[in-house]
Design a binder for this molecule. Structure first.
Ligand SMILES: *Cc1c(COP(=O)(O)O)cnc(C)c1O
Length: 343
């Protein structure tokens, strides 16, 4: 075999577990409510390249994100954009700082390009000490700081004042605020992109819009920064079907608000029901909850009855992240948990 370059030779490939299940609450995907009647592609010109700049889509998204289309760069999911930015900014060995636990992909993308990922521990209850992060930035002088808000997998909401404190304190690093779940908690800092020249906000249609399969993400920043990063965008990165589907979905934007409200109501109910069963449930600003189960091996036991959640190990303890499903899905989850507890 021809050898890969040294920096990637020893990496483990990222495989997504696609265990068959009847209730899927492991990946924070939303319901299929915007395109539930399918898509009609009759007038689609598949022979032509897609609009490489996603002009129409950026126009439409700028209304939702409350910025100008010039502030947006589209990606094949926000994952592509996070990878693109880390790869474009970090020389081998340059540092990327983030709270830990947070989104595990940050580490993956750092490994891919040879950047050094450094996690700053959250408090024991998974709240975050922003002063500690700022202190580490001053000490280590990273190229990039990533703040996931609300945080995946813990659901923690960084108060707006803390985000501003970070922005005011850090001038020599790029600051990425990953707002994959910000639709569920009106705490976005998109309104600050013109006040901080080093701020990049990442948004996605994969969670609150329930369009994870279309792979549509947005990088939002001031115009100069967007133009600057545009240099490394792969041409035609958003295919014709994704652009078409996203535009169609965005015609029903009023449905998104009620969907989000519904998820919040269901989150409150599921949190209470689980607390009644002696679970620890951390406060969450997203479409999932982070929990500590009173029974061992909950993940494995639920999987054996067709309910898929996520399992995490932190400091030698096991936690579970559970996506808020539909009312019916949450009822099945609770039923199975009760069965497990009663043994
Ligand atoms: C889901 C998720 C993303 C990536 O979403 P895409 O599907 O690639 O747009 C990015 N960050 C966090 C924290 C996520 O949970």
């Amino acid at each position: 075999m021809i050898k890969l370059k040294n920096s990637v030779e020893n990496l483990e490939a990222y495989f997504v577990n696609d265990i068959p299940c009847r209730v899927k609450l492991d990946a924070n995907e939303g319901s299929n409510y915007l395109l539930n009647e399918g898509l009609c592609f009759d007038d689609l010109k598949a022979n032509l390249y897609p609009d490489s700049d996603s002009v129409e889509l950026r126009e439409k998204l700028s209304l939702y994100y409350n910025c100008k289309s010039e502030n947006i760069l589209m990606g094949n999911g926000s994952s592509e954009l996070i990878n693109m930015v880390i790869n474009a900014y970090c020389e081998k060995g340059e540092k990327v700082l983030s709270f830990i636990p947070s989104f595990s992909m940050y580490q993956t993308y750092c490994d891919l390009c040879g950047a050094t990922y450094i996690g700053v521990n959250t408090n024991e209850d998974f709240t975050q000490d922003i002063d500690k992060l700022i202190e580490k930035v001053n000490e280590l002088n990273p190229k990039i700081v990533i703040l996931c808000n609300p945080n995946n997998p813990t659901g923690y909401i960084t108060p707006r004042n803390d985000v501003i404190k970070l922005l005011d304190s850090v001038k020599n690093s790029l600051i990425i605020v990953d707002e994959a779940y910000a639709d569920f908690f009106e705490n976005s800092v998109v309104d600050l992109i013109n006040s901080y020249e080093n701020l990049i906000v990442m948004r996605t249609l994969s969670k609150a819009f329930g369009l994870a399969g279309l792979r549509v993400g947005s990088l939002i920043a001031n115009e100069n920064l967007v133009k600057y990063v545009w240099k490394v965008k792969v041409p035609y990165n958003l295919n014709i079907l994704s652009q078409y589907g996203a535009l169609k979905a965005l015609n029903s934007i009023e449905l998104v608000k009620s969907y989000i409200q519904n998820i919040k109501d269901l989150r409150l109910k599921l949190s209470q029901d689980l607390r009644n069963l002696n679970f620890t449930v951390y406060e969450s600003g997203a479409n999932f909850i982070f929990t500590k189960s009173p029974v061992d091996n909950l993940f494995e036991k639920l999987m054996s009855c067709g309910v898929l959640i996520r399992k995490f190990n932190f400091n030698g303890k096991v936690y579970n992240r559970i996506t808020i499903g539909t009312k019916e899905e949450n009822e099945i989850l609770l039923e199975e948990i009760k069965n497990i507890i009663e043994g």
